[in-house]
Design a protein around this ligand. Structure first.
Ligand SMILES: NC(=O)c1ccc[n+]([C@@H]2O[C@H](COP(=O)([O-])OP(=O)(O)OC[C@H]3O[C@@H](n4cnc5c(N)ncnc54)[C@H](OP(=O)(O)O)[C@@H]3O)[C@@H](O)[C@H]2O)c1
Length: 291
């Protein structure tokens, strides 16, 4: 007898990562449904779900991946009440409901549960968020971890994929011989969305519980990213004019010095290591829409 494929519910199918996960899991043979809050997109495979007022009219699933969130640090800072209702209360209501139906729950979380003062944070370090977004993610993590064997958390640093708006803009300017102004004091340790999908896939297949990490190996500045882009285009490096993010309207909590997290368990268990900066950026640039 042929057994039914495992079923997956992605909460937040319109999110950048959720959309990539849906594609990945369909290719792997999962039966995928992805929630939306856009009424014009609701159908059998896209149930309606607004985390601000969650209905529990959701399809049964073996695994649920919680992707939907207000993920902009500034939005959480300016409206903590509304964003907490979505990022913590609504998220945990869905997690508890679906776990109660027998689903395994995976929450996408962030390096922002830490304050960014130290590199390569250990998964057992106590969260020490320096912003409301990080506090909300830490609270959601605690609620998912309270599900015991049914709950897992995946903390991510900056997730990138081909077509990144920032790179496309820089690419246009450099092609037109116009200077660009990357920040020399804003850092990222990017991780490609395909690698994130691989880690989530392993977690889903094994119904792994506990806390997992997926970040780049080392933090680099946005100037380093611009230099990789300029070199890939043979553009004049003098077109790169570094500026300070202190002069831009970026909240202090959105400019941590370090975003890396240690990945020893991911390496031992799945042979997945933190990607290096240069090849990660080069591959995203190479695969970009205008290359
Ligand atoms: N991208 C990263 O670099 C990164 C890094 C660390 C952690 N994460 C986490 O990974 C997850 C996915 O991130 P992402 O960058 O892919 O997100 P994203 O592209 O910013 O999308 C967020 C999604 O959440 C949905 N959403 C917002 N409020 C909602 C509500 N009240 N009810 C239902 N859905 C709602 C939005 O729906 P609409 O599309 O309809 O507006 C949107 O599709 C988030 O939990 C984020 O915190 C992301």
């Amino acid at each position: 007898m042929v057994s039914a494929p495992p079923s997956l519910l992605i909460v937040g199918g319109n999110s950048a990562i959720g959309a990539a996960l849906a594609r990945h899991f369909r290719v792997e043979g999962w039966q995928v449904q992805a929630s939306t809050r856009r009424t014009d997109q609701v159908d059998d495979d896209h149930p309606f779900l607004d985390l601000a007022a969650p209905n529990m009219d959701l399809p049964a699933a073996d695994v649920v991946i919680l992707c939907a969130a207000v993920a902009r640090i500034g939005d959480c800072e300016t409206d903590p009440k509304t964003t907490r209702r979505i990022n913590v209360d609504g998220t945990l209501a869905v997690a508890q409901h679906m776990a109660g139906q027998g689903a395994h729950i995976i929450l996408l979380s962030s390096d922002k549960v830490f304050d960014g003062a130290k590199p390569l944070r250990n998964r057992n370090d106590s969260p020490c968020p320096a912003c409301e977004y990080g506090r909300q993610k830490a609270a959601a993590e605690a609620g998912v971890m309270a599900l015991g064997e049914r709950g897992a958390v995946l903390r991510l640093s900056k997730v990138i994929e081909p077509g990144l708006d920032l790179l496309a803009g820089w690419q246009r300017d450099l092609s037109a011989n116009t200077s660009i102004t990357p920040f020399h004091d804003l850092y990222l340790a990017p991780v490609p969305v395909d690698l994130v999908a691989n880690v989530v896939s392993q977690m889903a297949k094994e119904r792994a519980n506990g806390v997992y990490h997926c970040t780049g190996a080392v933090d680099h500045s946005y100037v380093d990213l611009a230099q990789i882009l300029a070199a890939s285009m043979d553009a004049d490096p003098a077109l790169i004019r570094p500026v300070s993010c202190l002069d831009a309207n970026i909240p202090a909590a959105a400019r941590p010095r370090y975003t890396t997290l240690e990945m020893s368990i991911e390496q031992q268990r799945w042979n997945i290591t933190a990607p290096k900066f240069e090849p990660t950026c080069s591959s995203i640039i190479r695969l970009g829409p205008s290359s």
